[in-house]
Design a binder for this molecule. Structure first.
Ligand SMILES: C[S@@+](CC[C@H](N)C(=O)[O-])C[C@H]1O[C@@H](n2cnc3c(N)ncnc32)[C@H](O)[C@@H]1O
Length: 920
């Protein structure tokens, strides 16, 4: 069950008449407990309570008590030896009137409320459903409840008004929902002169059978769109006249309202009864946007970006700088004033803003700084000088764009209440500003200068579509009157294979005319590209959360080279971290934050919250020069050649499963012609396969005489002849062989071509003389064992991930990038001997767990201790060869590797040279 489903279940429970005996089970059921679990509890089999209640091990001890005994019962539950023995996390007591509960694992305040109100605290109990909550989820209880209710209303309205769900009317539907949310908020915050005014007028004026609900709401909306002086002439009914003039675009245009069924009306009244003061615009928007998205509705209330993650972008981009200026200003009135003026001209622009969470957080943080300035200047109730219109966004989808605007309006009001008091907040709030700076459109096709000209700037040329009306941007008559612009956000990431035709077209348009291989680019590259172009004119800094793939692999060369050559620099970066929602089901992706500017000055690299100042950050997000690692056909260090396995396309007849192998042996095929065949899956998962292996130029007679062999070889020949590829047709001349016939004489060291990113090391194996490798693996034929130590090291893994890149989330290994470019210092005989011993220890540790496969052995959660220790020793020995000690972290590893790579690549006569890019 997800949080929204749980909320619905416990709300339904609270609405039912209280049944003392049934309550504990109904409560547990609402949190997803299965009927069988409840049955065992009821029978007493698994109920460990010593107080006549219900005690579920590791979870909760619940007791229903006599009226007035709730607090005493909760104390008894807390002190109960059974609670401790069963390691119950929660205790809960209720008499059906009062409800008290405590989380024994935290210092958080206990819950104490009326029974009817306990659903408002459902976030407190989410761990009961295995939902790992962080404080913020608990604090989002209201937002989840409101999301769930609005969702029900939305779905119900669409049922009754199918036309409103069509493309033509979706906007009307979304706009209607945004108006409703505003009204719910306004009626609970005095904006509508009295608590619950909106809901109670609808309840009073609309018939119970709901036939005129839409008309009543429409009249209310009309009133909010009519100035008070014009109402009499407009014929606004008396009962709607008490509502203020709101407009600001929110209530202009059609006041058409969908028709309400009885159920929809009752949902609406129910939503109105929630306490909308508690709405949190930071996250509410991201939660609610799923309501209008048929695909996302299943995960309602679960997908939103946490505030700490948003601050990972905003703080280094500009908020830290503002805070530092505040600190330096101390109580100096002039310096404080300058900072306030500076902030009033700052534009924050999110060109993929969703429901505006980055903008809302930026706004709230800036208001907090401004409030502190005003406090120090003894101007505490001064009106804000930070205009909401300085927070701009582009969003493709209609509903999030509506909600983004609303979230900003709510944030403004809440900040005014916090910093200036309710009275002042109310005085300035209405009517809303009519300008709407959240543009609903495709950011990769819009002219960003038109959407977000820097403050105080006149831009003569406007265009809706850069591509239909090409602009020579540097020609725009542009004056920046001192305002700064910061571009931020979390634009969509989509690998090339996942992009729609339109998205591919967006990317093509972005990069048309530029000599780069854009076809392999992730969709997010479009945002970096557009932001970079925008920053050329405006000097804007920008930072995006991005898939880490844009800082890995070969794209670095094609994507980053032109950007960096054009005067852009990476000013700060957060190396890979898990981007997760706070709720469960968190589809975690590994992301980076990349901040860019065109200004000189220090650069900062963040690794696990450690901030490091560095002279330069390269596009691999490593301190150092802008070096681009390119494929090398031979090892650049003194390492033996690593070869891709034998290409086995159009060779099906040469491959054998167990049955085929036994059959051919029974028919007299000499065993020497059958070899073990190990590609990626066979190496890692222990799958068994074989192949026919005839190194002789012609098929030997003792094989050719066996009819099954002849049939197989003929099938291979025919498949090759049928290919449109000339090289394949040529291969038909020797159908008994693979395209390559590489083999070892003693043994091979092998690496699969793809490997799970969660493994702590690359799965490198030592294979005996018998094994043949297809092109899903790489092999060092007859490689000395010290090579296995190097290939299985952390250094090699880190280098590989960085320079080879990924296939979806898996590491895509490449010999020409991962091995041939790996910088390894010259190794002495002693170094090699030490590394050989380390490799032997790794192999022995694996052997000790026979028959565990490589996949078993390197599962991150269950890697055997002795194997882990053998790898640690290996890393220790190898890293000492590099710097005389262990590296502190991956950043330090990469820094050293890039330093060595730069030197190695610059050495004459090397196969490949690093390309240094001139940066301005
Ligand atoms: C990863 S979400 C981030 C939204 C929000 N900042 C958050 O954290 O929830 C990316 C947003 O970009 C929007 N988007 C996708 N393609 C777009 C385009 N071409 N132009 C503008 N917005 C787009 C999506 O609708 C989505 O709301």
């Amino acid at each position: 069950m997800n949080a929204v489903e749980i909320e619905e279940a416990i709300s339904a429970l609270a609405e039912r008449p209280f049944e003392a005996d049934e309550f504990p089970y109904a409560f547990l059921e609402a949190f997803g407990n299965k009927e069988t679990t409840l049955k065992r509890l009821r029978k007493g089999e698994s109920n460990k309570s010593d107080l006549g209640g219900v005690l579920q091990t590791n979870n909760i001890h619940i007791a229903v008590c006599k009226p007035g005994e709730v607090t005493r019962t909760l104390a008894a539950l807390r002190a109960s030896p059974a609670t401790a023995r069963a390691k119950a996390r929660f205790v809960l007591a209720t008499d059906g009137d009062l409800f008290e509960a405590e989380d024994l694992s935290t210092d958080d305040a206990p819950v104490s409320c009326t029974y009817a109100d306990f659903p408002n605290h459902f976030g407190f109990f989410l761990p009961l459903a295995g939902i790992t909550t962080v404080k913020q989820v608990r604090e989002s209880s209201f937002d989840i409840r409101a999301t769930s209710r609005l969702n029900r209303l939305y779905v119900e309205l669409l049922k009754d008004n199918p036309a409103w769900g069509t493309a033509q009317r979706r906007h009307d539907m979304n706009h209607f929902m945004a108006r409703l949310i505003f009204c719910f908020f306004a009626e609970d915050t005095e904006i509508f002169n009295g608590s619950g005014a909106f809901t109670s007028v609808i309840e009073a004026m609309s018939a119970k059978d709901s036939f005129n609900t839409h008309k009543v709401i429409s009249e209310l909306f009309r009133a909010m769109n009519t100035k008070t002086t014009e109402r009499a002439a407009a014929g606004v009914p008396r009962w709607a006249d008490g509502f203020p003039y709101v407009n600001g675009g929110l209530f202009s245009g059609s006041t058409d309202v969908p028709r309400f069924s009885r159920i929809a009306r009752s949902y609406l009244l129910h939503i109105g009864s929630l306490d909308w003061k508690k709405i949190n615009p930071d996250i509410f928007g991201s939660m609610i946007q799923a309501v209008a998205d048929d695909d996302e509705r299943g995960a309602l209330g679960m997908h939103y970006t946490s505030v700490p993650n948003i601050l990972k972008v905003l703080n280094p981009l500009f908020l830290d700088d503002l805070r530092q200026q505040l600190e330096e200003a101390d109580d100096n009135a002039r310096m404080l004033l300058n900072l306030r003026k500076r902030m009033s001209k700052i534009r924050v622009f999110d060109p993929a803003c969703g429901s505006g969470n980055f903008l809302v957080i930026a706004y709230k943080e800036m208001r907090a700084i401004e409030a502190e300035i005003n406090r120090r200047r003894d101007e505490a109730d001064r009106r804000t000088e930070i205009p909401l219109t300085n927070f701009r966004g582009i969003e493709l989808r209609d509903f999030p764009a509506e909600i983004a605007r609303l979230a900003l309006i709510i944030a403004e009001y809440q900040c005014d209440v916090t910093y200036r008091g309710q009275k002042e907040a109310l005085r300035d709030f209405l009517p809303l500003d009519a300008q709407n700076w959240i543009t609903c459109d495709n950011a990769l096709r819009l002219d960003w200068i038109s959407v977000c000209p820097p403050t105080g700037t006149g831009v003569k040329h406007h265009a809706d579509d850069l591509f239909h009306t090409p602009l020579d941007q540097p020609q725009i008559d542009f004056e920046n009157e001192g305002g700064e612009t910061y571009i931020c956000g979390n634009p969509p990431y989509k690998g090339n294979a996942d992009q729609s035709k339109d998205q591919k077209d967006d990317i093509r348009r972005c990069f048309s005319g530029i000599d780069v291989n854009w076809k392999s680019f992730d969709y997010i590259c479009g945002w970096f590209w557009r932001a970079s172009n925008y920053s050329k004119i405006t000097k804007a800094k920008f930072a995006f959360v991005s898939t880490n793939s844009i800082c890995q692999g070969q794209n670095i060369f094609y994507f980053w080279k032109p950007l960096l050559a054009d005067g852009l620099k990476i000013e700060f970066a957060i190396r890979s971290f898990r981007w997760r929602n706070l709720a469960t089901e968190n589809a975690t992706v590994t992301v980076v934050v990349v901040g860019c500017s065109r200004e000189d000055g220090a650069c900062f690299l963040f690794d696990n919250d450690i901030k490091q100042e560095v002279p330069q950050i390269n596009p691999y997000l490593v301190p150092g020069d802008n070096v681009f690692v390119e494929r090398s056909s031979r090892p650049m260090s003194s390492l033996p050649q690593m070869t891709k396995g034998n290409y086995y396309g159009l060779s099906d007849g040469l491959l054998l499963d167990e049955g085929g192998r036994v059959n051919l042996l029974e028919r007299g095929l000499p065993p020497a012609y059958i070899r073990t065949f190990k590609g990626g899956a066979e190496l890692v998962k222990g799958v068994q396969r074989w192949c026919l292996w005839f190194p002789q130029p012609c098929l030997p007679a003792d094989a050719a005489d066996i009819p099954e062999i002849a049939l197989r070889i003929e099938a291979v020949r025919e498949s090759r002849l049928a290919s449109p590829d000339a090289a394949a047709i040529k291969m038909a001349e020797r159908p008994h062989q693979f395209r390559e016939m590489n083999d070892c004489t003693k043994w091979s060291i092998a690496i699969p071509n793809v490997s799970s990113e969660s493994r702590p090391y690359l799965p490198v194996t030592l294979e005996n003389r018998d094994v043949i490798f297809p092109n899903t693996a790489f092999a060092i034929y007859d490689g000395e064992l010290f090579c296995l130590a190097i290939a299985a090291s952390k250094l090699h893994l880190v280098w590989t991930v960085t320079v080879c890149g990924k296939l979806e989330t898996r590491i895509r290994y490449s010999n020409t990038l991962g091995w041939n470019t790996l910088p390894v210092p010259a190794l002495t005989q002693k170094n090699k001997a030490d590394l050989t011993r380390c490799a032997e220890d790794i192999l022995l540790a694996r052997e000790a767990h026979f028959p565990a496969t490589i996949a078993d052995l390197y599962a991150p959660e269950s890697m055997p201790e002795d194997l882990r220790a053998a790898h640690e020793r290996n890393d220790e020995v190898l890293e000492r060869i590099y710097i005389g000690r262990r590296f502190k972290n991956d950043t330090e590893r990469l820094e050293k590797l890039f330093e060595l790579y730069t030197k190695m690549a610059a050495t004459p006569n090397k196969v490949t040279k690093a390309r240094k890019v001139a940066t301005a």
